[in-house]
Design a protein around this ligand. Structure first.
Ligand SMILES: *[C@@H]1O[C@H](CO)[C@@H](O)[C@H](O)[C@H]1NC(C)=O
Ligand SMILES: *[C@@H]1O[C@H](CO)[C@@H](O)[C@H](O)[C@H]1NC(C)=O
Ligand SMILES: *[C@@H]1O[C@H](CO)[C@@H](O)[C@H](O)[C@H]1NC(C)=O
Ligand SMILES: *[C@@H]1O[C@H](CO)[C@@H](O)[C@H](O)[C@H]1NC(C)=O
Length: 539
């Protein structure tokens, strides 16, 4: 998963309140009243929305809706130095100590490069309908441009064939942040317009080699997060930012580069889509789209300033890409606030970008409170967030779990539908983190998935054009927020075992039962029921 926007403050989530035996009578009475209220609330909920309250089942979704799980190349493949693969900017970053934020690297990761057969077998056993993975550009074309690596080609052909032969749809991401280091060294990667042509050439190889079997292509993963984290705060590779910024960047410009990088990523996407549509789509009958990390934004207070600031945050963080796709240009507020630092589209580019997505992929994890800080527009050091005139503060839970806010996701998807049209949506990533070595009975993950998948039923019923849902992640992976300390996997990877043995977590069993339309394990449904009142539609 991605998206650590480090501004973190404690938001007290009163979700899983524990009863404590030594509490006074008064407290107990209060608690009983509260429970009664919750029960009444649930009853009303049941009476008003009876169909939605049916036990969650695969049959509540259209048959062509697809359920899968996700990973990305650098986070699971390992084999970083094998068979001709050359480093990407993530190898470089991890080996230089991950910006002192956490330890670990993707040298071995979950070793999917060697264990893909076993992994696909596990997917098949659990009834997974689709697998979303990414291609390591520097495994396929080690220098980013030029010679294709036959071993890399072979690996992805093997993986795709293995998936297809088990009836699992491959959904492929072309760029999941791991730019070939050679291109970064040669011309600065995405800060240069040369990246547009090189990316298109790389994509051409992928369509030509894999497009007969791959029907779902995503050009970019979370470019909004990539551009802000890599070039504004400088937290993540390629660690570029202005000298005065938080991270100790040796180069960069936080006032200009995030916009430049996003611009070239949009152009690279558009150029790739033109290629796909002209040369491949009529033959291969696939779909090509884009992916974004929307953060849920909530006004910190009800003042009109904070409410307007919340809308501005959406314009900046999502409209930045969605507005060009829908209307061929950036949002007016961005043009106004960023001024000449925001690149502009020529008429030709605008036409190319407009309408260049068959679908939009959404990765959803965290939500943020937004506070107006329009005064920051006067400051000397301008960056993405000062240009937006907002300060954001993450909603936290009391533990390390990600707060469960399906209502915010629903609101966000409705907002996007109204603002940018009813484009088909894939939830490309969504999942819960737990400490890597915690119990295989991963209740927090089951609760999380149950709530989000349940909310999709309502979403589809209310007219959202959602086509699929992917859990992040299929197996425990090298997590780009914390290495191997906490994990999102449905399968546990035993890092102490040289063979990196996989073991299903309880969430894998839960998801499998759901996918196979089995009645839910009574123990699991009892536990979910126990948590249902507090969990139901809190936001
Ligand atoms: C960043 O670019 C802007 C616009 O070109 C320029 O005014 C500013 O001085 C640059 N900042 C740094 C830190 O180089
Ligand atoms: C920043 O990086 C430079 C060069 O690598 C180093 O000399 C300096 O000590 C670093 N500063 C901090 C605050 O880490
Ligand atoms: C904002 O307004 C809503 C209803 O309009 C209210 O329920 C809520 O408590 C208010 N929030 C704040 C922070 O004032
Ligand atoms: C817990 O996980 C770490 C890797 O994150 C590993 O090095 C360590 O040995 C594990 N501890 C136990 C008790 O399994």
């Amino acid at each position: 998963m991605m998206g650590p926007f480090m501004t973190s403050q404690h938001y007290k989530l009163t979700l899983f309140q524990q009863t404590n035996g030594t509490e006074s009578k008064g407290l107990k009475w209060k608690q009983m009243m509260r429970m009664l209220k919750v029960v009444l609330h649930l009853l009303i909920h049941l009476l008003t929305f009876l169909p939605a309250a049916l036990p969650l089942s695969r049959d509540q979704f259209p048959p062509n809706f697809v359920f899968g799980a996700s990973t990305s190349a650098y986070q699971v493949e390992g084999a970083a130095y094998e068979d001709g693969r050359k480093p990407s900017i993530w190898d470089t970053f991890a080996h230089a100590g991950n910006g002192n934020m956490f330890i670990g690297d993707g040298d071995v990761a979950s070793d999917q490069y060697h264990k893909y057969k076993e992994d696909v077998q596990l997917m098949a056993n659990m009834g997974l309908e689709a697998y979303r993975f990414s291609i390591s550009w520097s495994r396929l074309i080690p220098d980013g441009i030029g010679k294709v690596n036959p071993k890399g080609l072979q690996y992805y052909n093997n993986l795709i064939n293995e998936l297809i032969s088990h009836g699992i749809q491959p959904h492929v991401t072309l760029f999941h942040w791991d730019l070939p280091q050679t291109l970064e060294d040669e011309y600065g990667g995405w800060v240069s317009r040369r990246s547009v042509k090189d990316f298109t050439t790389y994509a051409d190889v992928c369509f030509k080699e894999f497009g007969d079997r791959v029907k779902y292509w995503t050009t970019m993963n979370e470019p909004n997060a990539y551009a802000t984290l890599g070039y504004d705060t400088g937290t993540f590779p390629p660690q570029r930012c202005s000298p005065s910024f938080i991270a100790n960047c040796s180069r960069g410009n936080s006032s200009t580069e995030p916009y430049l990088v996003a611009h070239y990523m949009l152009l690279a996407h558009a150029s790739t889509v033109r290629l796909y549509r002209k040369k491949y789509q009529s033959m291969q009958h696939g779909f090509i789209g884009f992916n974004l990390l929307p953060l849920g934004f909530l006004p910190k207070t009800n003042t009109s300033e904070d409410v307007t600031a919340t809308m501005r945050s959406y314009d900046f963080f999502i409209g930045w890409f969605m507005k060009p796709f829908t209307f061929g240009d950036y949002p007016d507020i961005m043009k106004k606030n960023v001024g000449s630092r925001l690149p502009s589209f020529t008429q030709k580019e605008s036409n190319l970008v407009k309408g260049s997505i068959d679908f939009i992929g959404i990765n959803f994890y965290y939500s943020y409170y937004v506070r107006d800080s329009i005064g920051n527009l006067q400051s000397e050091d301008r960056d993405f967030w000062t240009d937006a005139g907002v300060e954001i503060e993450r909603l936290e839970s009391t533990d390390d779990e990600i707060p469960i806010t399906p209502g915010i996701l629903q609101g966000l998807l409705h907002f996007m539908k109204n603002a940018y049209g009813n484009i088909p949506i894939y939830i490309h990533e969504n999942g819960q983190q737990t400490p890597h070595n915690s119990s295989l009975d991963d209740w927090p993950r089951i609760k999380y998935l149950h709530e989000y998948i349940g909310s999709l039923v309502d979403g589809i019923r209310s007219g959202l054009n959602i086509k699929g849902y992917f859990v992040w992640s299929f197996v425990d992976a090298f997590e780009i927020l914390n290495g191997y300390e906490s994990s999102f996997g449905l399968y546990y990877v035993d890092l102490n075992d040289p063979s990196l043995r996989r073991q299903p977590k309880l969430s894998a069993k839960w998801y499998s039962d759901f996918l196979k339309r089995k009645p839910m394990d009574p123990m699991i449904s009892k536990e979910i029921e126990k948590n249902a009142p507090v969990l139901s539609r809190i936001m």
